[in-house]
Design a protein around this ligand. Structure first.
Ligand code: KG4
Ligand code: ZN
Length: 333
């Protein structure tokens, strides 16, 4: 089976062709048109600009994805599209384009939840995880701990009560003068700093929830107070201490959630999973008896491969949409 998948929930327009053969996901093409440069001028994603930019490139990248896969529409068995959650105007570009494509070519349409997509990036691994497992999803807009009992059965165990982990990274990065999105640069700075230099409050709250807002504010207060006193401070130490606290908080809640759902398998994905310190900390859990699967680094950020991968399982379950499919800004899994 061949799926043509589309993703436009935030600031990446993506198209991919994914094949499903003998239970294995094969990536045939992967096109991502990033809008990061234009949004970095404003220090964050401007929704209206994102929607317009998606409209400008979606047709072109779809045909590029087909071309790279050496396929035509006649070779495609289903069209998948991210329908939730995300920026509503951005989502609508992908949803309407996918509906038109599916309708005109008489193909089934598969709506995909973006967070399920992030998890499905791990199904492209050489030795992919199989449900049941605990999924950790850390992105720019969400931070979730989910019990995945089957490929299409999701039960949220923990979530952020305010900011997402990526949002907190980007905010602190912005205040120390890094360009949007600053998460990757914070990662590099942290490698050169002392993680014990500054004490920050944990983001682990409640049984398995997170609150990154308090941690973010503590980091901003530290920066402001140093600036007010005209005291220089090490950006490397700040990044290292902040990252250390984020990582510890995530590992702590992940272990509690795994315990709660009786899972010894942990699957981690989302943009923030590109963070080298978080990858190292989660990988170390293997030494204490967990099987840990990390999203390939190249598929941590938003892409359409992950949407196509999840679509293969939704297809098997017959989870199709009609021509009346709508986009939804708020949704978990
Ligand atoms: O999953 P994603 O591409 O988009 C959403 O669905 O939100 O995640 C983007 C987020 C941004 O906040 C970005 O700064 C963060 O992932 N990010 C990182 C790293 N690379 C990307 N955060 C920390 N360390 C990184 N290496
Ligand atoms: Zn995402």
């Amino acid at each position: 089976m061949n799926v043509l998948a589309l993703e436009s929930s935030c600031d990446e327009t993506a198209a991919s062709v994914v094949s499903f053969r003998n239970g294995k996901i094969l990536v045939k093409s992967n096109i991502v048109a990033s809008q990061v440069e234009v949004h970095s001028l404003y220090g964050g994603v401007v929704p209206e600009i994102a929607s317009r930019a998606h409209s400008e490139v979606i047709s072109k990248i779809t045909y590029q994805a087909l071309g790279d896969a050496e396929m035509e529409m006649k070779d495609i068995d289903a069209i998948a599209v991210t329908s939730e959650p995300g920026l509503i105007g951005a989502l609508l570009v992908g949803v309407n384009f996918a509906k038109a494509l599916a309708f005109a070519n008489h193909k089934p349409l598969i709506p995909i939840n973006h967070m399920r997509g992030h998890v499905a990036a791990c199904y492209t691994l050489e030795d992919p995880p199989k449900p049941p497992f605990l999924a950790l999803i850390v992105s720019g807009g969400h931070t979730l701990l989910v019990h995945v009992s089957d490929y299409t059965e999701y039960h949220v165990i923990g979530r952020t009560r305010d900011d997402a982990a990526g949002e907190a990274f980007d905010k602190v990065a912005r205040v120390i003068g890094l360009t949007y999105p600053g998460g990757a640069e914070m990662d590099r700075l942290a490698s050169a700093g002392n993680k014990n230099a500054i004490h920050f409050p944990s983001a682990a709250v409640g049984e398995c929830d997170f609150s990154f807002s308090g941690l973010k504010t503590a980091a901003l207060n530290y920066i402001n107070s140093q600036n007010q006193k005209a005291l220089a401070f090490s950006h490397e130490d700040l990044a290292a201490s902040f990252t250390h606290t984020v990582v510890n908080s995530i590992v702590k809640q992940t272990l509690k959630a795994a315990d709660l759902c009786g899972c010894k398998t942990i699957v981690a994905s989302g943009g923030v999973m590109a963070n080298s310190h978080l990858r190292k900390a989660l990988t170390q859990l293997e030494q204490t008896g967990y099987s840990v699967y990390l999203s390939p680094k190249s598929l941590c950020g938003d892409n359409a491969v992950m949407i196509g991968a999840q679509a293969c399982y939704e297809y098997e379950k017959g989870n199709f949409a009609t021509i009346h499919l709508n986009a939804k800004a708020d949704a978990e899994c």
